[in-house]
Design a protein around this ligand. Structure first.
Ligand code: NDP
Length: 253
């Protein structure tokens, strides 16, 4: 007991791997009950067991956030099981790189479905619970943290559609921040640079080589570094909103 997030419930999408997994652990370490959302049930159960073994509380909700109805149900399931919702981390995402010319449009569809439509669906389903948490919850403040990217601020050849989705996340977050600020629901955005996760493994092999050459020599961040920044945002006192964090490996240009 005694953590800053004691008595609160935090939903993390994409909790089965990488940044989402580390974020769930970090918020749990601050005392939050964490709701783990992603598609891979085995991974989520393993993480839930780890959190329980460490003395925390976790629930697993298997869901594909690209399915809007399922995304909504997942949020409802969390509130049913945990009774409330104080923190949402929209982290689930995919990065499918390559030139626009000749790109498989299925990759574009997946990025828009997960990075944009999934984030919107989870947000839409959560927002009234967050307002309620800010009104009557233990901290009198609630958080929506959207995971964008350096790619949400800097466009490059070979990342056009990923840039589009993450730019959109940044714009949406700022507009929603203004809408919810009077309610004491903080909307913030984090923009990580190169971080060691499974993200790159979904990129087509021929494209992966090109993109790897761009970050050659960069000492990548660990998912835990991003998680501690997210935790820093969420753990601020009620009157303090850290709206945006851009975080890169020191030698990433
Ligand atoms: P990982 O591939 O390791 O993790 C992605 C997570 O998203 C997994 O848990 C995956 O779970 C989940 N996910 C993917 N699709 C869906 C879906 N349809 N429904 C539910 N969950 C889904 O990558 P990262 O941890 O790196 O990525 C997390 C976020 O960080 C992404 O938004 C990414 O764009 C962003 N980011 C990452 C950077 C990096 O260098 N790694 C840099 C900047 C931003 P499952 O497959 O089980 O569904």
């Amino acid at each position: 007991g005694g953590g800053t997030l004691e008595g609160t419930v935090a939903l993390v999408t994409g909790a089965s791997s990488g940044i989402g997994r580390a974020t769930a652990q970090a918020l749990s370490a601050q005392g939050a009950t964490v709701a783990l959302v992603a598609r891979r049930a085995d991974r989520l159960k393993e993480l839930a067991d780890e959190i329980l073994d460490a003395g925390g509380r976790a629930v697993v909700v298997v869901a594909d956030v690209a399915d809007e109805d399922r995304a909504r149900e997942a949020v409802e399931e969390v509130v049913r099981q945990c009774g409330r919702l104080d923190t949402v981390v929209n982290n689930a995402g995919v990065m499918l790189l390559g030139p626009v010319r000749g790109a498989p449009r299925e990759e574009w569809r997946r990025m828009v479905d997960i990075n944009v439509r999934g984030l919107l669906a989870v947000t839409h389903a959560s927002v009234e619970y967050l307002v309620e948490a800010a009104r009557s919850g233990p901290r009198q403040v609630a958080d929506l943290v959207n995971v964008s990217s350096i790619a949400g601020r800097t466009a490059r050849v070979g990342t056009a559609v990923y840039n589009l989705t993450k730019w959109g996340v940044g714009a949406f977050s700022e507009a929603l921040r203004q809408e919810l600020a009077p309610e004491f629901v903080r909307v913030s955005v984090i923009e990580p640079g190169a971080t060691t996760t499974e993200l790159i493994t979904h990129v087509r092999p021929e494209v992966r080589e090109q993109s790897a050459s761009r970050t050659a020599g960069v000492e990548r961040l660990q998912a835990a570094h991003i998680a501690s920044s997210i935790s820093y945002m969420v753990c601020q006192p009620r009157g303090v909103a850290v709206n945006e964090i851009m975080i890169r490996p020191t030698n990433q240009v």
